[in-house]
Design a protein around this ligand. Structure first.
Ligand code: DX5
Ligand code: ZN
Length: 225
């Protein structure tokens, strides 16, 4: 397979007290993108951080800053995350009543626009906004926590989204439970970007970052790319 599959380690599984060093380490070990999970304790039952910490990460990110907003409402915070330096700014289809307007606002702020789908949300929810998105994020766990098990029926949703995209220039990203076992399933169905938190960070630290490299390589190898 010669497809260009990106691996995007989720910094949710990193040591937050050493976040800059962790970003440097994963990029040195082969990460293609850095996935930044923002949670509000309302849209999802967990809290992470807001725009100032995202901005503090930015100078460390030499690749692509991929910000996943698990927050509602989302509109009041788009500008702050754009200013924090997001390259991709992804919002949830379930986060507000005016998805079309929110996606247009992201592009107006100069970011690539992403839309995420919770496991229970059908692909058809984004059918009428496809011309406003650069990325579709298919959640393969319920958002909120790292280390959860992959929800296998989501593979069919990935294939459905792939069909909906047709020849448009839109990436499919997968988030949740990605391991060397699950990666090939979603790549076969059409995934372009694989987010992985525990599968990248487990067993390693900044001091033993070669383990991150081995973990990234194992996902790549299993995905056949
Ligand atoms: C879940 C987050 C994910 C999470 C993935 O709500 O959006 O990015 O960190 O973690 P793993 O790869 O451990 O399932
Ligand atoms: Zn995420």
């Amino acid at each position: 397979m010669t497809r260009d599959i990106k691996i995007a380690p989720s910094i949710l599984s990193a040591d937050f007290a050493r976040i800059g060093e962790e970003i440097d380490a994963i990029e040195a070990q082969g990460a293609d993108w850095v996935h930044v999970d923002v949670m509000d304790g309302h849209f999802v039952p967990n809290l992470t951080f807001g725009p100032p910490i995202a901005a503090a990460m930015r100078p460390h990110i030499k690749t692509v800053m991929d910000v996943h907003l698990m927050i509602a409402p989302v509109d009041p915070y788009l500008e702050a995350f754009a200013k924090a330096g997001a390259d991709y700014l992804t919002i949830h289809a379930e986060a507000g009543p005016h998805l079309h307007r929110s996606l247009a606002a992201i592009r107006d702020l100069g970011c690539k626009a992403g839309v995420a789908l919770n496991p229970s949300t059908p692909a058809s929810a984004i059918q009428h906004v496809m011309d406003l998105v650069d990325l579709v994020l298919v959640m393969t766990v319920n958002p909120g926590f790292g280390g959860q098990s992959f929800i296998a029926p989501m593979v069919d949703k990935v294939a459905e989204v792939k069909q909906m995209i047709g020849d448009r220039d839109i990436l499919i990203e997968i988030d949740g439970g990605i391991t060397p076992t699950t990666a090939p399933l979603v790549v076969k169905a059409g995934a372009d970007v694989l987010v992985a938190g525990s599968a990248v960070f487990s067993g390693g630290t900044v001091e033993t970052a070669d383990i991150y490299g081995k973990n990234i390589a194992a996902i790549r190898k299993a995905a056949g790319v």
